[in-house]
Design a protein around this ligand. Structure first.
Ligand code: GCB
Length: 608
């Protein structure tokens, strides 16, 4: 099932038995979303025997919860029963569904049943998981399919030959323990939601199927579409057809021995995608009886000197950061409706850009952003202090990056891959991040690469801010977080800041902000008041305008979000309050300050 390719975005090598199954929403698939039976397992009793040996290392798994057994008669000793266990909704985090699981970190076993109607030599079946945080062990009818590590990227397993027509057992152990060597590591400023947090799908394909494809403008052109299609299966050298019906463009490509088909389509007068005109084109890719239907936009994005150019035209990124959380539910966001809620708020703010912090968000976000005309910065959870010298940590981060790129490479809205956030400068860290940049460039040279870096103050002059992180030499954007007026002084300090930025690159301020509790009022020096937060915005925006190359910003953050680090009773109560929108969905005073600024910027951009 593994195939080796080197320079392509979909050449992400799946771990263990994982298979590449991209663009799954363009396929006929059966949703396995719904109520699943669950067993909460704080001691991992379903996974390890009493000598702490994993049951699933045996050739045939007989113990633990994976076999999904029930006592056959009164003499049988089975100390669990999925059938009579409670249920949780999938997709969904467990923390927000059961108050006993609010702070829970550990294992929960999920079980559902599914049918597989048609089998035969020309049929293949797969299970696809949008994400499970953080680690998932997957079993079908008692057979282990694999272990997936990483809480925010999709994975799939083939189950052909392992099923019967009805009542197949699908058991998944999801564990969200934090680990020092993991990505992210133990320390973050967001909620460690556990569970099967995204769609679960049963996918049927012919024996040879389209594992992934990429259609985009050939770099440096606006009249040539470059197409690459990866087939998997016995007929992997059969012709591949690409058709853009409305553009009246079609091509037939012949794959090489590895099933990789590549080609170019000449396209004159192609209308390009932009926030003002988010034009998407229907595309059909087919090979044998397998067909994918998607909608894709074409655009160029580049950094030239200190400017960002979208379709060759200078653009200012009117952005906002977003966590993958629906604040009204205080839960992980996962659905198209959740995406619409968040992106509509961003649009209401006047944004043409969002930073999807700090990990890959669900696929609906970028798909909807494509439709709505909102550019995206996508990121992997290399956050704060990762184990920079641990090769397994590096491999994990690289895999998450490759999986994200493989998933979203056809989304015109995605213009930035970000490899990290606020990582402490050291040689080991810079080498680690540089290898991620190299990986991103080799998989996808058509987008900007960035990371949210940090700023430090001149030791002789605390109001002189210096950006000279050596990692900045490797990125296309010079992006950094800065919190003058909140973690550094009071709002009045903001006016006195001067800048020394080492890089002649477009500067995109990836974060600034302040906490405000909705409806708490005071003067502009009263911490947590809406006035304080609005004042930070009022003073910061003109201060940023003084940075040479200032090309956009994504203030922190659209909505208040849950964080166990934020404990001030009566004020934070477990919420980071830097949202310009509260958990009641109400806009704070700072919202209007930012919106006015973005309106002016949009007018200036249009007048260019
Ligand atoms: C940051 C982090 C972000 C935090 C934010 C804060 O710099 O990147 O994850 O939530 O500051 O509120 O302190």
């Amino acid at each position: 099932m593994l195939f080796l390719l080197t320079s392509l975005a979909y050449a992400n090598l799946p771990s263990q038995a994982e298979v590449v199954m991209a663009d799954v929403f363009s396929r006929q698939a059966t949703s396995l979303n719904g109520q699943w039976h669950v067993i909460v397992d704080p001691y991992d009793t379903g996974y390890f025997d009493y000598r702490r040996q994993p049951y699933d290392e045996a050739a045939k798994i007989t113990g633990g919860y994976a076999p999904d057994l029930q006592a056959k008669d009164k003499t049988d000793l089975i100390e669990y029963n999925f059938e009579t266990s409670p249920t949780l909704k999938v997709p969904g985090d467990w923390n927000s569904q059961d108050s006993k699981l609010f702070y829970y970190e550990g294992s929960v076993w999920y079980r559902t049943k599914f049918d597989v109607k048609e089998t035969g030599p020309d049929r293949r079946w797969f299970l696809y998981f949008g994400a499970a945080n953080y680690e998932a062990d997957v079993y079908v009818n008692g057979t282990k399919l694999g272990k997936h590590i990483g809480g925010f990227t999709p994975f799939a397993y083939e189950i052909t030959g392992l099923t019967r027509s009805q009542g197949n057992s699908l058991v998944v152990r999801v564990n969200n323990n934090r680990h020092p060597e993991a990505v992210p590591t133990v320390n973050t400023d967001w909620w460690n939601y556990g569970g099967l947090t995204r769609d679960v799908l049963l996918v049927e394909t012919p024996a040879t199927y389209i594992a992934n494809f990429c259609v985009r403008l050939k770099p440096g052109t606006t009249n040539t579409i470059e197409a690459r299609v990866q087939l998997d299966g016995p007929e992997r050298q059969q012709p591949v057809k690409i058709n853009f019906p409305a553009l009246k463009l079609a091509a037939e490509l012949t794959p090489n021995g590895e099933g990789l088909a590549q080609g170019e389509l000449a396209a004159t007068d192609l209308r390009l995608w932009s926030p003002e005109h988010p034009l998407l084109n229907n595309v059909e890719i087919s090979a044998g009886t397998d067909t994918l239907k998607d909608r894709v936009g074409f655009r160029t994005i580049a950094a030239r000197g200190r400017d960002i150019l979208l379709n060759g035209r200078k653009v200012f990124l009117r952005g906002i950061c977003i966590h993958e959380e629906n604040p009204l539910r205080g839960a992980r966001a996962w659905s198209e409706e959740d995406a619409r809620l968040l992106l509509n708020w961003a649009r209401d703010l006047g944004c043409n850009f969002v930073r999807l912090a700090h990990y890959p968000h669900n696929e609906h976000m970028a798909r909807l952003a494509d439709e709505m005309g909102i550019m995206c910065w996508e990121e992997i959870p290399v956050y704060w202090t990762i184990q920079w010298t641990n090769p397994a940590t590096a491999a994990n981060a690289k895999q998450q990056l490759a999986d994200l790129i493989a998933r979203d490479q056809n989304r015109a809205s995605v213009v930035v891959w970000s490899v990290a956030n606020e990582t402490p400068v050291s040689d080991a860290r810079t080498a680690f991040l540089k290898s991620l940049v190299d990986e991103a460039r080799s998989l996808d040279g058509s987008r900007l690469i960035s990371a949210a870096m940090e700023v430090h103050a001149d030791t002789n002059d605390p109001a002189r801010k210096i950006v000279d992180d050596p990692f900045g030499q490797y990125t296309d954007l010079c992006s950094f977080n800065e919190y003058t007026g909140w973690y550094d002084g009071l709002p009045e300090k903001i006016d006195r800041i001067s800048w020394s930025v080492k890089y002649d690159k477009p500067v995109v301020i990836s974060e600034f902000g302040a906490d405000a509790k909705q409806d708490m009022h005071g003067d502009t020096e009263t911490r947590f008041s809406e006035e304080y937060q609005a004042e930070v915005y009022r003073r910061t925006l003109p201060m940023l305008e003084r940075i040479p190359g200032f090309s956009g910003c994504t203030p922190w953050i659209l909505c208040d979000f849950r964080s166990p680090r934020r404990q001030l009773p009566g004020v934070q109560n477990g919420w980071n309050l830097k949202g310009v929108i509260s958990r009641q969905g109400r806009k704070k005073m700072a919202f209007a300050v930012l919106k006015n600024y973005y309106n002016e910027k949009a007018k200036a951009d249009a007048a260019q």
